[in-house]
Design a protein around this ligand. Sequence first.
Ligand code: SF4
Length: 481
Amino acid sequence: MSGYRLLPFRFLRFDERRTLVVNEVGEPHFLSHEDFARFVEHQLPMDGDAYLDLKAKQFLFDSRSLAPFELLVAKYRTRKSFLEGFTSLHIFVVTLRCEHSCAYCQVSRVSADRPRYDMSEGTATAALDLVFRSPAPHLKIEIQGGEPLLHFDRIQQIVLEGRRRATAEGREVTFVVATNLALIDDAMLHFFREHNVFLSTSLDGPQALHDGNRPRPGNDSYARTIGGIDRARAILGFDGVAALMTTTRLSLQSPEAIVDEYVERGFSSLFLRPLSPYGFARRSARTTGYTMREFLDFYVRALDHILMRNANGAWLVETYAQMLLTRILTPFPIGYVDLQSPAGAGIGAVVYNFDGDVYASDESRMLAEMGDRHFRLGNVHHDSYTSIFGGETLRALVAGSVAESVPGCSDCAFLPWCGSDPVHHYAMSGDVVPHVPTSEFHEKNFFIIKHLLSLLERDAITRRTLWSWVRNEPSRRAEVA
Ligand code: SF4
C-alpha cells in the first residue's frame, strides 16, 4: 500500500489558528488549519511531526498491519465498558414527605404529616428482590425522599435486608442516604456507622443563601445542616458525609462565596449543578430560574475561583469538570448516567418510588409526579424483572439516547466525551431525541467542554490542578503551598 488511509475522526475549527481533531475513541489532537487541510487531502509528509503524531493516535494508517484497528477496538471496548455491568445504582424513594419547602424542589414533596406517601415494608422487600436480580458485580443502593429520615424504619429495613442478601450472595453493596440532616440524631448516626452507610446532604452556600433557598419551620436549615455535618463527621469519620449544591437565581450573584463555604467546611468536592426542569423547580421557574447562558457565566466564575483556591493550597474538585476531564484525558468510563452513550437511565440507574412504581431515572419519576408517566417501567408488585428491564419503554429510551445516531451529535467533535439525557430532552421538547441547536443540554456541554480544553492550555499550575482532579489526588503544588 502506498500513501496513507484515514481512520474515523471528528473535527472542529477550534480557534483562529487550529483545528481540533478527535479520534473515534476520544483522543484529541490540535492541527494548524493548513496541516488539517493537508491531512484530509492525503498530502501530509510522512516524515513530519504532524504525520507521526496522527499515526501514533490512530487517526491514519499506512501499512497492511491490523495493529491500529486492534488498538482502536481495545480502547473502544474500554470506553464502553460501562455497558457490561448493567444496572448498578438502585434508588429507593422511601417517602415523599419533607419538612423543608424548597422552591426548587425536584421531588414534588408533600408535607411531613401525610404518611400515605411512605414506602411499605412489602414494597421495599419486593424492590430488593429486583435489586438482587441485577447482574452488576457491585451494587449501590441510594435511599432518598422527600426527607428519608422521616421514615427511618424503612431505611433500617433496606440496609439490614440488603446487607444480609449481599453477604449471602458474596456481593458488594454500598449504601448512601441522601438527607438534609435536619432531623439526624446520634442513634441514627450510630446505626449508619455500624452498617457502613454514607450520607449525602445539600449545602447551597453561606447561611443567607442556603436559608433563602431552603426554607423550613424556624428558618434554621443552615444551622441544622452544619450541625448535622459536624456530628456525622464525628461519628462516621470526616469522609462519611458529602454535600451537593443546587444553583438558583439567588446563587448566581455569589459563586465565590459558595466556593469559599465549601473550602472552609473542609469539603473536597463541589458539584456546580443547574436547576432541573422538573417538579417544583418547573413551577417556580419564574422566581428561581435563569437562562443557561446565566448559569454558564456563573459556572466560569465559580470554576476560576476554585482554581485560584487550589493554586493557593486548598483541595477542592469541581465534580462536573472532573468527570468531563476524565472522559477527555483517559479512556475510562465515569459511571455518570448523563455523560455516556447510550445514557444510563434504566441500564445504569433505576428508581423505586414509594408506591412500588419503577422509573428509568429520578428525573422520570419527577415527571410522573407531575402527571406524565411516560418513563414508568412497571411496578415491583405486578411486573417481572424481565418485563421491567427488557420491556419496550426501556428499549425505546436506550435507542433514543445513542448520541452516535442523534442528528447534530453524530458528527460533533465532542461526542466521545459527551452523552445524552433523554428524559431531560423529553421534558424540554417532548422527544427523547434532542433538537441540538436549541438544546440546553448541548449548550451546557459544548460550552463547558470547550472551556476545559482552553483551561488545559492556560498555564502550568492550572494544568497541574486539572490533572490532579483526574487522578483524584492533590497536586504537588497544592500540597506544598
Ligand atoms: S450534545 Fe452538543 S456537545 Fe454533546 S455531542 Fe451533541 S452536539 Fe456535541
